[in-house]
Design a protein. Structure first.
Length: 135
């Protein structure tokens, strides 16, 4: 996989005076069946999140509130996204090293996953990731 396979997604946005609504449907707005959802909040200043790759899992990251910068790396090329709108997300393909950082105070983000949690799917060592991308 390549960072070229990772892309910004725009979800439907329903504007109304009582508040806006955005929804996400599997296989329609994201390219996989959603098997797990988690969200992250109360992120201390200066921290980063992720810092790993997945062997087979696909994911979509959505910044629900605040702002974050996603850094993607396929072992050869790098790409960055800034997310700060809850109707946008970005798709992360398998075998992409992902690091999230530069969080605004109060940022909340959600991750939609193609698979259930499986520790064996994670590559948490960057050198091991580079080796796997060259294999």
């Amino acid at each position: 996989m390549s960072v070229k396979d990772c892309k910004l997604l725009q979800f439907p946005k329903v504007d109304e005076r009582r508040g806006n609504l955005t929804f996400v449907e599997q296989r329609k707005h994201v390219p996989f069946d959603i098997k797990r959802v988690f969200y992250v909040y109360d992120i201390p200043a200066g921290e980063s999140r992720a810092g790993h790759a997945h062997r087979t899992l696909e994911e979509v990251v959505i910044c629900l509130s605040g702002s974050l910068v996603a850094s993607l790396d396929d072992g050869t090329k790098k790409k960055k996204f800034t997310l700060n709108r809850p109707w946008n997300g970005f798709y992360v393909a398998p075998m992409i090293w992902l690091t999230l950082g530069e969080f605004d105070p109060g940022t909340v983000y959600a991750v939609l996953c193609s698979e259930l949690y499986d520790e064996k799917d994670y590559i948490r060592d960057y050198d091991a990731f580079l080796k796997a991308t060259r294999a």
